[in-house]
Write a protein of this length. Structure first.
Length: 224
């Protein structure tokens, strides 16, 4: 399991000091892949601000619900986020994890999926544009930075289509099993995302990803 245990987070927080808030990124609409633009933060008071390191009591579901209600997801999805099954079916389904993955991983990249079934969360489906869903349904960008209170670069991976990416995209899409990402309603999709150059195996990273229909989601993972 690649998610941190609480005792590890506590040690990390003690070593890093109090969490520092990163530059704020504007929330994206459900309609497109526009990357968030950086603005200056004001002491972490903005509800869309992202922690550079996870606090000792980090709760990804609670954090993402609060941020969703501040504008990180489209307004038409808030009733689902705040509904009785919002924790699992809507927030949990959108949280990243590192899958068990036997295929070769390109150097400098990490495989990511969304909705960890080992935590009782449904896997995130993906879909190409269609008459019923003109925008399709997939992650169109993923931002990764090393979880440190020091200044650290953030790497952006883009995915402007699914189930394949375009030449200008910096991220890549592959399949967890076999070669077809579309199997099982797109739940076989693995997103290959770029790691910053200062990240190594065993490092904690912040993953900030955008579902083109349902907005932004954030969590911390350990690089395998």
């Amino acid at each position: 399991m690649f998610f941190l245990r609480r005792e590890f987070l506590e040690k990390l927080a003690l070593a890093s000091g109090l969490p520092v808030v990163s530059p704020i990124f504007s929330a994206c609409s459900s309609s497109g892949s526009k990357l968030p633009s950086a603005t200056s933060s004001a002491g972490g008071e903005d509800p869309l601000a992202l922690p550079l390191v996870p606090p000792p009591d980090w709760d990804a579901v609670a954090f993402n619900r609060k941020r969703a209600n501040a504008g990180a997801v489209p307004s038409n999805y808030l009733s689902s986020i705040n509904g009785p099954d919002g924790d699992v079916m809507h927030i949990g389904k959108h949280l990243p994890y590192v899958p068990t993955f036997s295929s070769p991983i390109p150097e400098g990249m990490i495989p990511l999926m969304f909705g960890d079934s080992s935590k009782g969360r449904p896997k995130h489906g993906n879909a190409a544009p269609s008459e019923q869903m003109p925008a399709g349904h997939f992650y169109d960008w993923i931002r990764i930075r090393k979880a440190t209170s020091d200044e650290s670069p953030e790497q952006v991976s883009t995915y402007s289509s699914w189930p394949t990416t375009l030449p200008q995209d910096t991220g890549r899409i592959t399949a967890k099993e076999g070669t077809d990402p579309t199997i099982d309603g797109g739940k076989n999709t693995v997103y290959l995302a770029l790691l910053p150059p200062n990240v190594r195996s065993g490092d904690l990273v912040r993953v900030h990803a955008h579902c083109n229909l349902h907005g932004e989601y954030v969590d911390f993972l350990v690089v395998p």
